[in-house]
Structure formats: structure tokens, C-alpha cells
Design a protein around this ligand. Sequence first.
Ligand code: C2E
Ligand code: CA
Ligand code: CA
Length: 535
Amino acid sequence: MSLDPRRLLGLAFASADLLVELQGGKVRLALGAAQKVMGKSESALTGKAWVDLFHPDDKPLMEAMLGCADDGVRRGPVVLRLAGAGERNVRVVLRALPDNEGRVSAALTAAQPAGPPLSASSLQPRESFDDIAQGLFEAARVTGIELELAMVEFSGLANMRQGLSPADAAALDVRVASALRAEAHAGAAATKLSDDRFAVLRQRDDRPENMIKRLTRMVSAEASAHLVPLESGGGSARALRALRYALDDFLREGLKDTPPMSLSEAMNRSVKRTLARAGALGVAVSQRRFNLAYQPVVSLATGLAHHHEVLVRFEDGGSPFALIRMAEEFDLIEELDHSIVEQVVKKLANDHERKLKLAVNISGQTIGNESFIDHVSRLLSRYDGAKGRLIFEITETRAIDNLTLANQHIQSLRALGSLVCLDDFGAGSSSFAYLQQLSLDIVKIDGRYVRELADNGRDGALVRRLVELCRDLKVRTVAEMVETAEVEEIVRNVGVDFAQGWLYGKPSDKPSPALRTTATVTPLARRAGASDSWG
Ligand code: C2E
Ligand code: CA
Ligand code: CA
């Protein structure tokens, strides 16, 4: 095949609208839709100082890209604002030509900004970093680009900055921000974690040593980096959560015992810890390697167990709280919730006396998905003896994204004969919004309010208000973590319907009757409420 220059040009234009050649910082040649992309004709661009064509806040970033446009390595794509009136953004890719004449070619297309505009010295705040990462993961999924998270540390940067005059410190900030943005995918996905630590989302196409060399050169402080590959195979939402988890875990645990540890060691530990835990959890979930514990929830009118809450236990037998949070971060929670419901439905169907009632915890993430409703509906038609005895507690460890949809699903569960309970009421900031927008049967008042009642002088006014509110909405209430008779007395007096806690029994491997049958229970009530008579 002959390499006809026109065919090469055709290939080049397939990915760019404008091709520019630079030498000595000036435009030597411009070919293509210059007017459309840059707002200037090809001839008007020729001879112009290249970096002056960009917005003052983005100029240092272009300088950083040019400054480290090593031979053969592609820099970018990066989205930059152009100088002049009117918001105009371009996506730029640079490549130094291997000709020893310092020529650099640039491919440009008109673009949308990747996020809110940044000043020359700023990086994305943590919040928008997540949003931008999400956009990148989406794009990466479509285009098959592989991304990785680079945790970067400049040793002694914070000290170095302290010794500088305000003007020099500001110049250093610009250098740091633009050097990092020049490495980041789309020129935007970089954020500051601490005074000398940063996170950069980059394309996995160039050796990390090269990046470290470029950063060290641009910032004049020694850089080190640790790289975390991010598989986008499980979908962008999953990749994003893994990224968020890695960053948070790194900040929370990695920096705790920092002084003697290098960044790379700290990061290695944190990532290993996270991946090991997530991997083990994934295996535990898929191989159903967990047990169920049961804790009675008693009716305060009869003193008898109205139903039992099902609590998952992993190999260590302890509180599953941290692993549940991780399951939510790594998209394992739906599989876990589905499989627990399945086991519980089978257990209910095997209870031939039809007395057992069981409440399963369902993550706010699971309830948003219609496949959960299909799953429950299939199970209940197959094991129809379980109908009417399966209760759901929607937990708030993870926020419910779409309340309208969640409410539709809750109504479907109620139509299938289940009671639905909102767990942890008062624990999160959205509890009242949930109560307003979801039609429920039961609200479980978060244990922290209940345990507080044990402190001297607490009269339960807050809990009383919650109970009144729920009564207006025709919703029954549960007080959890009732540990003492005094607390039981208070919650009963303020009108709570059900109670749960150590006073009536700790979670155990069988659903046992409530430990305590209260003074008000009459033999008649005992018989009327007779759900507590299995062994
Ligand atoms: P939760 O649903 O609020 O569960 C109540 C927690 O309080 C349980 O902790 C229980 O063992 C503990 N508890 C019960 N009575 C008392 C008491 O009187 N005093 C004190 N101090 N604690 C008491 P556990 O089992 O560690 O569960 C922690 C959380 O993990 C649960 O909070 C729930 O959000 C989540 N979880 C547990 N099992 C599952 C499950 O099967 N699926 C899902 N999605 N989440 C679960
Ligand atoms: Ca619960
Ligand atoms: Ca709770």
C-alpha cells in the first residue's frame, strides 16, 4: 500500500477538524476548519504565538503540555478555553515530531468544557472530581479507553511553599495545577487531597515513570506516584464507586499512620486492603458464604414477638456494617439482598405452622431497581406459603436516588402482601423527605434517639413528636436498641407500637421467643397475639 500524503491527511482529519504545526512556540502551519474551531482563518493563525491563543487561566496548562511534549508521546486530549470574547472551547492533542527540529503537531476539534471553568492555580474540588470522573467513565466505556487513578505526591512541596513569598507561592500553585492537569484525562480530572498529595485520572497508555519524570521537571519537586487500575468492565457506576472508595479509604486510613510511610506504601496498603476485602466479599456473596441471625421485634401491647429482624453475619460473625457499606460501594449489595430474600422466603415457606414473620433489610440502592420487585414476586408465587409473612426494612446506609420510583416499588411490595418499614429514621438528613414521599406501614426510630432516653432527665419529647407525626400519617412505629426496662417504659408511654433490643433478645441463629414478657401482658393478650409460640 502506498503512503499517499493525501490519504494520511484524510486519516488525520478523521479525528480532528484542524491540524496545526508549531515550531519555536509559533504556529507554522494551520490546515482545516480554523474559522470554525478557533474563530480565525488559517492565514490569521499562521505566525501567532501559540499559547497566547488560549484564555489566560488555561495558558499555563498549554505551556505545561508543550513543556513536556516529549518525542513520540501523545499529550492530551485536553479541553481548553480560547482567548477572546465568547466562550469557545477546543479539545487539543499534541505530539512532538521525532525530527530534532522541535516541531510539534496539534490536532484540534471544537469541544464542550469538561466541567466548570478553573482558574490557573486551581484543581477540581473533590465534589466535581466525582462528576467529571463519571463523565470520563461513560466516555471510556463507549470508546474502550482504559483509565487509571494516579495518586501523586510531591515530597516536601508543603515546606517548599511555606518558604516562598506570596507571589512565588501563587506561581508554584499554577505550576502544580497545570502540570497535573496536563497529565489528567481531558485536562480536568485532577484533584487535591492534601497539601502535597493529589489524585489524577489518566489514560493508561504511557509508562508511569514518564509521568513522574515530567511532573518532577515541571514542579521542581520530586514526584512519586502510585497507580490504581480502574476496570470499567463492570460499568461506569461501579468504576466510579471503586474510585471514590479508594480515595476515601486512602484519606481516612492511609494518612493516619503516614509519617514513617511513603505515599506508595500507604496507598499500596490501602488499595490492597480494599481490594482484598472487596474480593473476599464478592466471593462470600456469590458463594452464599454468610449466615443469618434473628432478633425479635415485640409488640408493646402484648409483649410477644410480632416478627423477627434478619441480620446477615459474615465469616467473622461480627457486625456486618462495614461490609454492607463496601457491598454498596462495589455494587454487590443487590446480589446480597436478593439472595437473603430468597433464603428467608424459603425459611418462611418451610414454617408449616405459618407463625413466623421475618423482616429483611434492603438497601436504599436495591429498592430503586425493578429487578428486585420481579425477584420477590417470582419467589412469592413459587413459595406462596411465605406470603403475608415477609417484611421489608429499607435501610438508609445508602441514599435512595429516585424517591418516586422507590415509592412505586414499595407499593408493589405492599400489593404482594408485605409490610414495608423505613429503617434508621432520624439518622440521615433525608428522613423527613422519605417519610413525606414514601407510603409505608412502619417507621423504625433510629437507635441513637432511643438509647439517649436512658440518660437522666430525657423525657422522650423528641420521640413523642416522631410518634405523633407517624400516627397522623397512619404509620406504626418501632423503637430499636431498647436495652433497659426504663427505656421500654418511656417508649411505651409516648405511644411507640413495637420495640426491639437486647432487653428482648440479641440476634441469634434461630428466631427465638422474646426474652421479656412485660407486666401489662394478660393471658388473653398472650393468646390474641399468639405469634410467639414457636420454639
Ligand atoms: P440495623 O438494620 O439498624 O440493625 C440493627 C443493629 O443494631 C444490628 O446491628 C443489631 O445487632 C444491633 N442491635 C440490636 N439490638 C441492639 C441493642 O439493644 N443495643 C445495641 N447497641 N445494638 C443493638 P448489626 O447486625 O451489626 O447490623 C448493622 C447494620 O448492617 C444494620 O443496621 C443494617 O443497616 C445492616 N445490615 C445488617 N444485616 C443486613 C442485611 O441482611 N442486608 C442489608 N442490606 N443490610 C444489613
Ligand atoms: Ca434494620
Ligand atoms: Ca436501624
